[in-house]
Every structure is written in C-alpha cells, then in structure tokens.
Design a protein around this ligand. Structure first.
Ligand code: SAM
Length: 292
C-alpha cells in the first residue's frame, strides 16, 4: 500500500509526482495575486480548478510542489513568472460565431450604415475585440465585415484584437485550427470564414486576406490602454464574468470614452452593465449603443 506523503488528508500526492496540495493560505495568496495582476476574481469553490492550473506551472518549472511554487512567487525573482501564472489561470473558452446575434447585427445593421457614411472617402472603421482569446471572435468579425465590404479599398478598416494571455495570442495570430471546428459551423456562415489550402492533416488555416485585417496585441484590461480610439464597435464578451463590480464599472467607463457616438458595445450572454450608464442604451440582446 502507498503511504500518504503528508498528514494532510487533502494532500494530492502520488509517488514520483509533484505535490499539488493547495493550502487555504496559498489559495488566498494566489487569488489576491491574480486579482491584483488581472482583475480576475478566483472564488473559493474554484480551488480544484486552480490547483490543476498551478500544477501545470509546477511541472513546467520542474518544482516539487504547489507550496514551493507559491513560495517562489513571493520572491523578487518571480517577476518574470507572473505573466505565466496569468496565462495558466485564464479561461479561454471561445468559438467561431459564438453568440451569433452579434455578428448578424454587425453584418446587417452596423456595417452597411458605416460603409454608407464612410465609404468613398477612405473613412476609418475600427472594431476592437477586447479579450479575443484564441482568435475565433476577431476572425468571425473579419469574415462578417469582409462579406459586407467585398474587395473595396475605399475604407480604412481595421480590427484590434487584444488579450492578457500571451500564449493564447500566439495561437490566435497563427489562425490555425482543427478543421472540424469549421465543419460544424452553420451553413450560412461557413463560407464566410475562408480557409487556406495546405495546412496540416486535420487542420485548416484562415486565409491571409482575413488575417491581415486584424492586429493582435497583448493588453491587460485593468491597466492603461495605449489606444485613443474612437472605435465603432467594441466586443467585450465573456470576460466581465471574471471581474468584480468595481473593475467592470471602471472598464466600462473607459469603453464608453473610446466608443464613437452611435457606436456599439457587445457583451457576453450572461453579462450586463454593472450599473446603468448615462451614455449607453440597450438596443438588443446584450447590444448597447453609445448615445452621445
Ligand atoms: C472566456 S474567454 C472569452 C473569449 C471571447 N471574447 C468569447 O466571448 O468567445 C475570456 C478571455 O479573457 C481574457 N482575459 C481575462 N482577464 C483579462 C484581462 N484583465 N485583460 C484582458 N484579457 C483578459 C482571457 O485571457 C480569455 O482569453
């Protein structure tokens, strides 16, 4: 019989493996650090998930335990590890044309109006995917807008796609995905996401024409933003759920300041404004228009 390596009944250790026991104090320490660095609130019931995610860093660094990793994070030498910790704790779940109604609104209502206003004079159209994860969201935006614009060159069109997670941004920028993700798409949007030939077996790559429409950058929503806007549309979906009311309210004020009057903010399906905003009007399912 294998003897338990620790007297702690919740110890997660097996012979030859790192000890991934996460004490209550270490859980508190990690939650505070992640909140300070990224605004993400890790609640107590997420302990098992947090332990699993920290275990990946413990393994990558060749350490013996989560306790050792937490002790290391408290040293000045750990500054370079903080982005890795944040990469490990973020949840990156996303999908092409997720929450389809936003893309329908963009394609049918927003883009035709913007092109009418700005086309012909090389007018600017700017869209921000703020928390773009592995790129499915900005590529769906690019595909939708490209469909409306066609090959016209009389507008200066760009999508900014940002995320805090540097690992996920590398994947997003590559535009390479399992082919089955495209196969499963509804028939009417499937042809919009044009794919390149020659990707590896079982993989498919977004064509360069769509990739070129997007600039991927690392940006932490709780830090200073370098952009001055204005944006015509901001997608900020399924990230507010990780923030507290105060963080959401402060980010929201900054979104409004960067949105053009008449511009739109799209939130995720389970998200709402932390409080009514005097310059935002709800005009559809999780679609807000900047009024003035
Ligand atoms: C669940 S994904 C949402 C992706 C996409 N917007 C969607 O709705 O499908 C949440 C993303 O938010 C990012 N994120 C979390 N905290 C962030 C922060 N402080 N600044 C920027 N991005 C953050 C995560 O890295 C993750 O990729």
């Amino acid at each position: 019989m294998t003897r338990p390596a620790s007297s702690n009944p919740f110890a997660m250790i097996q012979p030859g493996m790192a000890d991934v026991t996460l004490t209550r104090d270490d859980m508190k320490f990690i939650a505070t650090l992640v909140y300070e660095q990224a605004g993400i609130v890790i609640r107590e019931h997420k302990e098992a998930m947090t332990r699993g995610r920290l275990a990946r860093r413990v393994k990558a660094l060749g350490m013996g335990s989560v306790a050792e990793y937490c002790a290391f994070l408290k040293t000045p030498q750990a500054a370079g590890e903080l982005p890795e910790l944040i990469n490990a704790v973020t949840t990156n779940h996303t999908a092409f044309f997720r929450e389809r109604h936003h893309f329908d609104h963009l394609r049918k209502d927003v883009m035709p109006r913007l092109l009418q206003e700005r086309g012909g004079r090389r007018g600017r159209i700017r869209i921000w995917s703020a928390a773009c994860s592995s790129g499915e969201e900005p590529y769906s935006i690019a595909a939708s807008c490209r469909d409306v614009m066609g090959p016209r060159s009389d507008v200066d069109f760009k999508i900014l796609a940002t995320d805090i997670d540097t690992d996920i941004l590398v994947r997003a920028e590559a535009g390479l995905y399992p082919a089955e993700l495209f196969e499963r798409l509804p028939g009417d949007v499937k042809p919009l996401l044009k794919l390149e030939g020659g990707a590896g077996r079982g993989e498919a790559r977004i064509v360069e024409e769509l990739r070129r429409m997007i600039a991927f950058k690392r940006l932490n929503l709780i830090e200073k933003w370098p952009m001055s806007g204005p944006f015509d549309v901001i997608f900020c979906r399924n990230v507010f759920i990780y923030f507290d009311t105060q963080t959401k309210a402060s980010i929201l004020d900054r979104f409004v300041a960067l949105l053009a009057p008449g511009g739109f903010l799209y939130l995720g399906h389970s998200e709402s404004l932390p409080q009514p905003h005097p310059k935002l009007r709800l005009i559809g399912r999780t679609i807000y228009e900047r009024t003035a």
